[in-house]
Design a binder for this molecule. Structure first.
Ligand SMILES: Cc1cc2nc3c(=O)[nH]c(=O)nc-3n(C[C@H](O)[C@H](O)[C@H](O)COP(=O)(O)OP(=O)(O)OC[C@H]3O[C@@H](n4cnc5c(N)ncnc54)[C@H](O)[C@@H]3O)c2cc1C
Length: 510
């Protein structure tokens, strides 16, 4: 049987697209370079007993009736793939010397908490939070399918959103003249974007901030189960997910992509795969380079000209005989900064490679679900995430492996010093396993060029109207990933679902 949809890459948007198509009766084949499916969302096992998800921490839009839930319903997976909610009274907990702020779901409560911390600036803070809400509502109205009556009806919100098209988060902080400490507390989830306020698109920040306010979630059986369930739908419907198949070339005939060549990463054998339609989940820029940029229309070439988002540093750790709940951890994330100024903190780490006063995220996946299959009894997982510069690490790795390993250790040491001083005394005593990932690890295991974290960088330039979408200008060939939609679990689920709707004509109500 001929393949209807040949999909390059098994990231979330690819698996969602593939499973929807397979379920609708189409023959689907997925080619994945890595040994695990899921891209940034893959899970790996260490020391035969600890399981870590590569990059996913918490996700939005998973409540009843929300987009992820609608897609799962369409796939008959909604009873199987379920989610726990983070604490709505404080899903993100921001900590800096002298200040702490738990971000609640309710905006009025947020205003109250900010006003208690900064009574002199209560009025400005209220206006800022209300502006964020208004912009969020306006952006929802501007999200396709656009209903023009809705735009006119909510003109005030829409015009407020449009006004910030080119703004960074810092521009809006400055406009409202917020105190520096309040800015830092509000923007302390910066690892979710891997950008500081003076580079981050205000739109990107508003969307993530308000969507997590509507509900932050974690899968009851971990992210591995979500990925496996999507793979299962493909396989149960006569489709295939072929691992260790690195696509090395695309065949272009008469402006149509007709086939791809792969190299099997285990046997080193080369193969050709054909499909009626080819879906590109790997980085669009890299794929375009393989195909030859000159074959794309000028408009698409322009859209493909995005810069990558910065890369990151991850430390995956396991503690034993220590209950993290006794030290202020639970169904929430903790974000820490030593610096009062996040732009400066980011600059020190990203440009100067100085992590002596780090800002980072702490996540504790084993506290969000009862399912203990990710680590043995008596153990808990704790992960640390911050930014790191690809060029610096790449040079280090290739010039001096020892120095490269030392730098990774040094960053973790600085982070653990902060943890022991501010959160868990003698933390190192309980640490039974640790492994760190750098930008080159990202590139190797997530196959992302330059170890980029979120595809195209989340600056105002890339978040504007010139953003890439599924259209490639070539026949039978479509983009389907974070850079041709938006990064994140819910946005990539939706990108896959949207492409399914476009190509099949079937609808997943939204
Ligand atoms: C540090 C970090 C933390 C994050 N945290 C969160 C979070 O908490 N919540 C959230 O919602 N989102 C988070 N994200 C974002 C989210 O993980 C991604 O946006 C999303 O998973 C991307 O999915 P995708 O469909 O674009 O595919 P990708 O995950 O980019 O997958 C692309 C796939 O293509 C494969 N591939 C590439 N080249 C080839 C080739 N030549 N041949 C064959 N296969 C190839 C890759 O191996 C990969 O499997 C995080 C990302 C990072 C980096």
């Amino acid at each position: 049987m001929k393949t209807d949809y040949l999909i390059v890459g098994s990231g979330l948007s690819a698996l969602v697209f593939g499973s929807l198509m397979a379920k609708s009766g189409k023959k689907v084949q997925v080619l994945e370079a890595h040994e695990h499916p899921g891209g940034f969302g893959h899970t790996f096992t260490m020391a035969k007993k600890y399981k870590f998800n590569a990059q996913l921490h918490y996700v939005w839009d998973c409540g009843e009736g929300q987009t992820v839930n609608q897609v799962l319903k369409k796939l008959n997976l909604d009873k199987e793939v379920t989610f726990n909610q983070y604490d709505p009274d404080g899903f993100d907990r921001m900590r800096m010397p002298g200040y702490s702020l738990d971000i609640p779901s309710e905006s009025e409560e947020l205003i109250q908490r900010l006003s208690n911390l900064f009574p002199q600036d209560a009025d400005k803070l209220r206006k800022f939070v209300l502006e964020v809400q208004k912009t969020s509502e306006g952006l929802k109205k501007l999200t396709p399918p656009i209903i023009y009556q809705e735009i006119f009806k909510h003109f005030n919100q829409v015009s407020s959103a449009v006004m910030y098209l080119n703004s960074t988060l810092q521009d809006v902080f400055d406009k409202f003249n917020l105190p520096k400490e309040a800015q830092t507390l509000l923007a302390l989830q910066w690892p979710d974007f891997l950008l500081p306020p003076d580079q981050l698109s205000f739109y990107a920040w508003v969307i993530l901030f308000t969507r997590y306010q509507e509900g932050a979630f974690y899968p009851k059986q971990h992210f591995e189960d979500v990925i496996n369930s999507l793979v299962k739908v493909i396989e149960e419907n006569e489709g295939e997910v072929l691992l260790n198949q690195e696509v090395t070339n695309f065949t272009l005939r008469n402006k149509a992509v007709t086939a791809v060549t792969t190299i099997d990463r285990i046997t080193h054998q080369s193969r050709e795969f054909t499909g009626e339609t080819i879906i590109c989940n790997m980085d669009p820029q890299k794929a375009a380079h393989m195909i030859g940029a000159e074959n794309f229309s000028r408009t698409v070439r322009k859209k493909l000209n995005y810069e990558y988002s910065p890369s990151n540093y991850m430390a995956y750790c396991v503690v034993k005989d220590l209950d993290l709940r006794d030290y202020g951890f639970g169904k929430w994330n903790t974000f820490h900064t030593g610096h009062r100024d996040l732009n400066e903190a980011f600059y020190q780490m990203y440009e100067k490679h100085d992590f002596s006063n780090p800002s980072f995220a702490i996540t504790t996946p084993t506290l969000i679900t009862e399912d203990q299959r990710d680590c043995p009894e008596g153990c808990q997982i704790i992960e640390f995430l911050t930014v790191a510069n690809y060029d610096y690490f790449e040079k280090l790795k290739h010039s001096n492996e020892k120095k490269y390993r030392h730098k990774k250790e040094e960053i973790l040491d600085y982070i653990l010093d902060v943890v022991e001083k501010n959160y868990i005394p003698n933390f190192r005593k309980y640490l039974v396993f640790k492994i760190t990932g750098s930008p080159t690890t990202n590139e190797r295991y997530c196959w992302c060029p330059k170890g980029n974290s979120y595809g195209s960088n989340l600056t105002p330039r890339n978040m504007g109207i010139g953003r890439l979408n599924h259209k490639t200008s070539l026949n039978n060939f479509y983009f389907c990933n974070a850079s041709s939609g938006y990064p994140g679990f819910a946005p990539t689920v939706w990108t896959g679902a949207k492409l399914y709707q476009t190509l099949s004509g079937d609808s997943i109500s939204k």
